[in-house]
Structures are given as C-alpha cells and as structure tokens.
Design a protein around this ligand. Structure first.
Ligand code: AMP
Ligand code: ZN
Length: 496
C-alpha cells in the first residue's frame, strides 16, 4: 500500500515501525459545540483508513483526542452559565452520538487534555531546561523556534520569509516573543479562567503541547501516522514536531496524512456566511451511510464540495446499491434453500486472507454455468481494481466506482433460478466492499407502516379473488412510496 506523506510530498510505500501493528493519532475536535460536517471529514476518512488496515490484518491503535480546554470552551461556559467541564462533557457525548451514526469505530483511546496536564508541565519544564523554551514578563512560556533548525519542514514554508515580517509586529508592541513563529507552551491565568499550578506560575498548557504529549503516550512511544485536516499542517503539526523533536531528538511520526477541506457550494463554510451545517442537522435529513458514501466519493486529498443537491445524488446512489443488495437477499431467501444469509452489518470477511481463501474456493468451484462463470470473472476483475484503488493512497472514490460496477453487473445477471452459491457470491462481495468503507445497508427508518403486513393482507385478498381490495392495498402502498413487484418467488417491495 502507498500513502501520500505531507512531510515528503510524495506517495510512499506504507511500512509501519512494527510489522503487524499501526499506531495512528488523529487530532480531534475542540468540544464546545456540536461537530460540523467539516469535522466529520477527517473522522470518516481516517476511520476508513483504519478499517482497511484492519482488513489487511494489522492491529491498529487508533488514538483521537478531545480538546477540552480552550478559549472557546471558556467563553461558551461563561455565556451559558455552565462550568467548562459541563460544556465539554455535554459536547463529547453529542460528538460520540454523531460518530456512532456515521459508523465510526470507537477509538482505542480518546485522551482528554485536562487529564494530561501534569505530563504537559513536565514536558514544558524539560524544554526550558534544554534551552528550547523561555518565559516572558506576563508569564507566557514560548517555544523558541530559532533553536529548531528544521522548523517549517512539514509545511514546506519559507521560514526566512516568515521571519522578515516579524519586525513590524514587534514594533507595534503586540507581541513580546523573540521570533515571529515562536508559539505558546503555557498561557498565564486570566481572571475567572480555570488554571493549573505549575513551576512557571498558574495557567494552562497551549494546544500544540497537548497533542504531542498525548500522541506518543497513548500510541505506545512511536507514531506511524499522524493525521488531521490540512488546516492543521501549519502551525499545529509543525509546532508539534518542533517541540517533540527538540526534546527527544528522534522523528515524531513516520507518516503525515491530511485531508483537504470541505466547502459549501464552493465557499468556505462559516457561521457568518450562513452556510454552516452541523452533522446533527444533516443526519436529520439523510442517513449516516449516505453522508459517509458522499464523503468517500471524493478522494481525501481533494477539496470536497458539499450541497444538499449533491447529498440527494448520494442518496440515490445509496438506494441503488441497497435495492440491488435487497434484491439478491430476496432471491436467496426465496430460493427454497434453508440457508440464512449473513447479516450485512457483520463483517463478512474478517481479513483479506480469509477473503482470498474464499475466492480460491469460488475459482475452483464447478457448480457454475458458463454465464455465471463469466460474471464471476468480471466481478473478480472489479474486486482487484477496488483493492488497487485503496492501496493507492486510499482512493475511496475509485473504490466506490468499482462497487457501482459490481452492482450494475449483479442487476443485469440475476435470475430467480440462479445457483445459491452464485447469488451468495454477489451478495458477499458487495457486502465486503461496503463494509471496508464502513457503509451499512440499513432498512428505511422513515417507513412508518408495516409493509409486510399489507403484503400479507393483499395475498389473502388475492387468494379470495378479491382483486379490488388487492389493488387498493397496492395503490395505498404506492402513496406511501412503496412499490410492489409480483415475482415467481413472491412479492418484492422497494422504496421509490
Ligand atoms: P477543530 O475542532 O477545528 O480543531 O477541528 C477538528 C478537525 O476537523 C481537524 O482535523 C480539522 O482539520 C478538521 N476540520 C475542521 N474544519 C474542516 C473543514 N471545513 N473541512 C475538513 N476538515 C475540517
Ligand atoms: Zn492536534
């Protein structure tokens, strides 16, 4: 597998420190409000990366923090007459609810900044002792970037240029740090704000220190992948690297992955422009699987444009896949065999080896007729392309195109008298391709009637030759957006 490393600006072969283990740290949200759909992008992207790594049999340690001490949290607490703890607990809970609805697997650890302050104080003290940090008059402790020779290596910024602009700021008296890029390690206490005692006075740690103390601690010493949105490359990740490498004199993370931004109708999402959407509101209109399919249909390093129109197209695409899966399921269940198909919510193949074994069995199986064999071979070609896409810097957009191809082939090549093993093959393959991307086939949540009950009543009416009643039931269901189809196996229904 190859992934693009922001540090080298190249796609590199992915080789974690330990052969079968991957340690990932993803910068999480600051918890003072509901998460917005921009925040959901790194969550979905890196959750998919993790799922794929797990499918490739890696043990994954996945760490993502909640920033629970910050100016915005303090402001929100003051504005709403709550403590900062009450605010952060509430929004962590709400965030976890949204993540669950987006099928995001639980992280191995979700460390909280407020619970790691002692380690951060120790970290900052060590930086001061080593001569990399200094305290100014007002009590702020800064990191001295002039001591860090490689400063700028992640963001590929021209640091000399940044430096030359600094004199101006200094003259206006806005800043009392030594160099323009020096950043805060410790903020002195302000009246009415929460604080911690430290050898450098009462105050609280800066944001950049938070991640670079928690990431190695929870990942077990070394990091394979450090990830987040592209806005974090500079200064956040650059500053994490500067501190960590100053103190430990070894590379902080082997790979750096960043997702591009999500925009709204090609504009930056912002509250003031009135184009700001929280995940909760979008999920009131669309299923989490549709939002997931929508986000993964664009490669993670490409800007993603969000609009409700585009979400409608994603919904239609999802319905197309779902109708295909439900159709195969129906044929299997009504094929007269007593085999109960696997629930698509479960992982169908736990890892690629298990899948390859299954594929070998399929290739060796001689129960198929010529047409079925041809279809199976075509599908296998698409599966190979699917994996090739994921191996190429997690190209989920191309991988999803391969799912559409398999769905198209299945729709064209399924009949009610097909071999059970052939139908199961198509069912399992589509299920596997979806499961790796964290997409589930769910029954409609917005259907408020018991369709099966009406179908039974209609069958009864037909048996009694009461065709008028049977037609009435069919028409009634149509008004509810349910279409019936009479087949030799029985009545099939789908949402239109
Ligand atoms: P924040 O709470 O602003 O620190 O953001 C948490 C995560 O969401 C970070 O990885 C950000 O880079 C990411 N993020 C924030 N806004 C967007 C956006 N509009 N598009 C993509 N990612 C974003
Ligand atoms: Zn971070």
């Amino acid at each position: 597998m190859q992934i693009y490393n922001t540090m080298t600006k190249k796609k590199e072969i992915f080789e974690p420190h330990e052969k079968n283990k991957v340690r990932i740290y993803v910068c999480g949200p600051t918890v003072y409000d509901y998460i917005h759909i921009g925040n959901a992008r790194p969550m979905i992207v890196f959750d998919t990366f993790r799922r794929y790594l797990e499918f490739l049999s890696y043990e994954v340690i996945y760490v993502s923090n909640f920033t629970d001490i910050d100016d915005k949290i303090i402001k929100k607490a003051n504005d709403s007459n709550m403590t900062t703890k009450e605010i952060t607990e509430k929004y962590i809970r709400e965030c976890k609810t949204d993540m669950e609805n987006l099928n995001i697997e639980e992280a191995t650890y979700n460390p909280l900044a407020t619970e790691e302050v002692d380690s951060m104080i120790e970290f900052i003290s060590n930086l001061i002792s080593k001569g990399y940090a200094y305290k100014v008059e007002d009590g702020t402790v800064y990191f001295d970037t002039s001591k860090s020779v490689e400063y700028g290596k992640l963001s590929h910024k021209n640091i000399d240029e940044l430096k030359s602009g600094y004199r101006e700021i200094k003259i206006t008296g806005e800043d009392n740090k030594k160099n323009r890029n020096d950043f805060v390690l410790w903020k002195p206490m302000k009246e009415g704000e929460p604080y911690y005692d430290s050898p450098f006075g009462k105050g609280r740690p800066g944001w950049h220190t938070e991640c670079c103390v928690m990431a190695p601690k929870y990942c077990g010493g070394v990091l394979d992948v450090h990830a987040g949105g592209e806005d974090l490359i500079f200064p956040h990740h650059e500053n994490e690297i500067a501190q960590f490498e100053a103190l430990f004199e070894k590379p902080y993370s082997k790979y750096w992955m960043h997702n591009a931004f999500l925009n709204i109708n090609n504009e930056k999402m912002s509250k003031s422009l009135g184009n700001f959407f929280i995940v909760r509101d979008v999920l009131n209109k669309f299923d989490g699987n549709v939002l997931r399919l929508f986000m993964l249909s664009t490669h993670y390093r490409t800007k993603l444009n969000f609009s409700f129109e585009l979400m409608e197209s994603a919904k239609s695409a999802y319905e197309r896949i779902k109708n295909c899966v439900n159709n195969i399921k129906f044929l299997i269940l009504n094929s007269g065999n007593s085999v109960v198909p696997i629930n698509l919510k479960e992982k169908i193949f736990y890892n690629k080896d298990e899948f390859n074994e299954y594929l070998n069995d399929i290739k060796l199986c001689d129960d198929f007729n010529e047409n079925e064999k041809e279809v199976i071979n075509k599908v296998i070609e698409h599966i190979e392309k699917y994996f090739k896409s994921l191996d190429d810097d997690l190209n989920t957009a191309d991988a999803i195109s391969e799912i559409y191809e398999v769905v198209r082939i299945a729709n064209q090549n399924l009949k009610d008298n097909d071999e059970l093993i052939y139908m199961l093959f198509l069912y399992d393959i589509i299920g596997m391709m979806l499961t790796i991307l964290g997409i589930e086939i769910v029954e409609d949540r917005d259907i408020d009637i018991d369709v099966e009950k009406y179908i039974e009543e209609r069958n009864e009416a037909k048996k009694n030759k009461d065709y008028k009643k049977a037609d009435e039931i069919r028409d009634f269901l149509l008004t509810k957006g349910i279409e019936l189809e009479d087949t030799r196996q029985g009545v099939k229904w789908r949402k239109i």
